[in-house]
Design a protein around this ligand. Structure first.
Ligand code: F0G
Length: 460
C-alpha cells in the first residue's frame, strides 16, 4: 500500500508555467534530439528530473537576500554572512566560497594530489573523479558490497568498505594516497547515506596512516536526516548536531551548494584548522575563481547560499523532501518496479536492467528507459549506467557498468504530489509494455564524457 505524502511545509508564492506536448510532438522532439535527453530544449519537457543540482526553488527569504547582496569586490557583507553561516553549521575555521562543486575540486585537489598518487572514495561523482585525474592522480571507488545489489535493503548503502580501504592503503603504500574522500550522500550509488559510525572508522584509518580526509558534502543535510532516522545513537540529536559530528571526523570539505543549500549556483571549500592549507587554497582561488571574498560568485549568490544552508537543515523540510521519494518508492513497490532500495535522498534510481532484461548493457537499458519516460509523460531523466560510463580509454571497448540505472533526480521544493503520481503512473505504464521496448546504438560520440553529446538511434 502506498504510504502518505508528507505535505509541503511551505506555500507557493510564485509559479512558472510548464506545458505538456502531445505524444506525437514528444516522439518528434526526442528523435530530433538524437535520443539524447541533454539535447532537448527545457521548454519541451513537462517534469524535468535531469538533475537536482541548481534546479531548486528559492524561498522568499532567499529572494530578499538577493536584493541585499553586497557586490563589493573585496570584503562584502554577503561574504561575511556566508562565512559566519558555514562556520556555525560545520564548526570549521576556514571557509572559501567558489562558484560550484567542481570549482572547489579544481582549487583543492592539485594541492594534495599529483602524478603517482591515488585518491580513494566510497564513490566518486564524475566531475570529482575527473579532477582527481586532471591533477595527475588515479581515483579508486571503495563502496560497501551491499550497494551493488539494488534489491538488497540496508540502512547505509553509501558507506565506505573500511576493510578494503585499509587493504588498498597497504597495497598501494600509504605515502601514495593523497586523499580519502567521503561522498555524503553517495550520489553514484543512488543517493545512499553514510553512517556516522562509518565516518568514524574511516577517520581512524586516515589518522593511523596520516592521510587527509575530505568530505564531498553536496547532500550533507539529507545525509544527516538519514542518520537521525537510522542510527540509534542520533535519534534525539538535531540535524545541526549530526552535521557537526559528521564533519568533526574530516579535515576539509568540498561542496556543491547547488544541492542542499537550495540555490541555483554556488560552492564552498571548508578547512577545519589547517591554516597552511587555507593559504594555498586562497592562492588557487584568486587565480581560478576570483578574489577570496567572492570566489566566482556575485554578492547576491553568497547571500542566497548563506540563507539556504540553514533552510536545507530544517527538519520539517527534510521530512517532506525524503517523504516525497518514499511516497514514490512505495507506489513502485506496489507495482513491482525495482530501484536502488531503500530510496536515496535526492532521487530514485530505477533498475532498468530489471525492467528490460532483454536489453544488454551495450544497448543501454538505462537510456532506453529515459527515452520512454519522455515519450510516455514528458519526463526528463538520465542514464546512470553503461551509456554514461563510456568506453575503455585504452581499448576503446564499451565498458560494463556495475548498475544500469535511470535516475529521477528531484529538484528541491519544485514538484507537488500530482507530479509524483505522474512519475509513478508513467513507470507503471512502461513496465506493462516493457518487452516491446528496444535498445539503442550510438551513431556518433565525442571522445570524452560522451553521454552529454552523443547521438543515438533505436535498434529495430
Ligand atoms: N560532488 C557530487 C557528489 C555531486 O553530485 C556533484 C554534482 C558535484 C560534486 C559537482 O558539483 O555540479 O556544482 O560542479 N552533481 C550534479 C548531479 C551535477 O546531477 O548529480 P557541481
Amino acid at each position: 500500500m502506498a504510504i502518505k505524502y508528507v505535505p509541503e511545509p511551505f506555500r507557493i508564492k510564485m509559479v512558472e508555467r510548464i506545458k505538456i506536448l502531445s505524444r506525437e510532438e514528444r516522439e518528434q522532439k526526442i528523435k530530433e534530439a538524437k535520443y539524447n535527453l541533454f539535447n532537448l530544449k527545457a521548454e519541451d519537457v513537462y517534469i524535468d528530473l535531469l538533475t537536482d543540482s541548481g534546479t531548486n526553488a528559492m524561498s522568499a527569504d532567499q529572494w530578499s537576500g538577493i536584493m541585499q547582496g553586497d557586490e563589493a569586490y573585496a570584503g562584502a557583507k554577503s561574504y561575511y554572512n556566508l562565512v559566519n553561516a558555514a562556520k556555525d553549521i560545520f564548526n570549521y575555521e576556514f571557509i572559501q566560497p567558489v562558484h560550484q562543486g567542481r570549482a572547489a575540486e579544481k582549487v583543492l585537489f592539485p594541492i594534495l594530489l599529483g602524478k603517482g598518487k591515488y585518491a580513494i572514495s566510497n564513490m566518486f561523482f564524475d566531475t570529482t573523479r575527473a579532477h582527481v585525474e586532471l591533477a595527475g592522480a588515479r581515483a579508486i571507488d571503495c563502496v560497501v558490497e551491499e550497494a551493488k545489489d539494488p534489491s538488497l535493503r540496508a540502512p547505509f548503502k553509501g558507506n565506505m568498505d573500511v576493510e578494503k580501504l585499509e587493504k588498498l592503503i597497504n597495497e598501494l603504500g600509504k605515502e601514495n594516497i593523497g586523499l580519502v574522500v567521503m561522498t555524503i550522500t553517495n550520489n553514484s550509488a543512488g543517493g545512499q547515506p553514510v553512517s556516522v559510525q562509518n565516518m568514524r572508522e574511516v577517520s581512524a584509518i586516515c589518522k593511523k596512516y596520516n592521510i587527509p580526509l575530505n568530505i564531498d558534502a553536496a547532500r550533507f543535510s539529507e545525509n544527516a536526516y538519514f542518520v537521525k532516522q537510522r542510527e540509534e545513537e542520533f535519534k534525539n540529536s538535531s540535524i545541526k548536531e549530526i552535521t557537526r559530528e559528521m564533519f568533526s571526523y574530516a579535515d576539509m570539505f568540498t561542496m556543491s551548494a547547488k544541492k542542499d543549500a537550495i540555490v541555483n549556483m554556488g560552492g564552498l571549500i571548508g578547512i577545519k584548522d589547517n591554516e597552511e592549507l587555507y593559504q594555498k587554497i586562497k592562492g588557487n582561488c584568486i587565480s581560478y575563481e576570483g578574489f577570496i571574498t567572492y570566489g566566482g560568485l556575485s554578492g547576491r549568490d553568497l547571500e542566497a547560499v548563506a540563507i539556504g544552508l540553514y533552510e536545507g537543515q530544517d527538519e520539517d523540510y527534510l521530512r517532506y523532501r525524503i517523504g516525497q521519494l518514499e511516497y514514490l518508492a512505495s507506489k513502485l513497490d506496489d507495482a513491482g518496479i525495482a530501484y536502488q532500495a531503500p530510496v536515496g535522498g535526492h532521487g530514485i534510481f530505477i533498475d532498468a536492467k530489471a525492467m528490460f532484461p532483454h536489453i544488454p548493457y551495450y544497448e543501454f537499458p538505462g537510456q532506453a528507459l529515459a527515452v520512454e519516460l519522455y515519450k510516455e509523460a514528458g519526463i526528463r531523466t538520465c542514464d546512470i549506467g553503461s551509456y554514461m560510463l563510456g568506453n575503455d580509454p585504452d581499448t576503446g571497448k564499451q565498458l560494463r557498468a556495475e548498475f544500469e540505472f535511470t535516475r529521477l533526480a528531484i529538484p528541491r521544493r519544485v514538484y507537488t504530489q500530482a507530479h509524483f503520481d505522474i512519475m509513478a503512473d508513467a513507470l507503471i505504464a512502461i513496465k506493462e509494455r516493457a518487452s516491446s521496448v528496444k535498445g539503442y546504438r550510438i551513431t556518433w560520440e565525442p571522445p570524452i564524457l560522451r553521454h552529454f553529446q552523443a547521438h543515438l538511434e533505436p535498434i529495430e
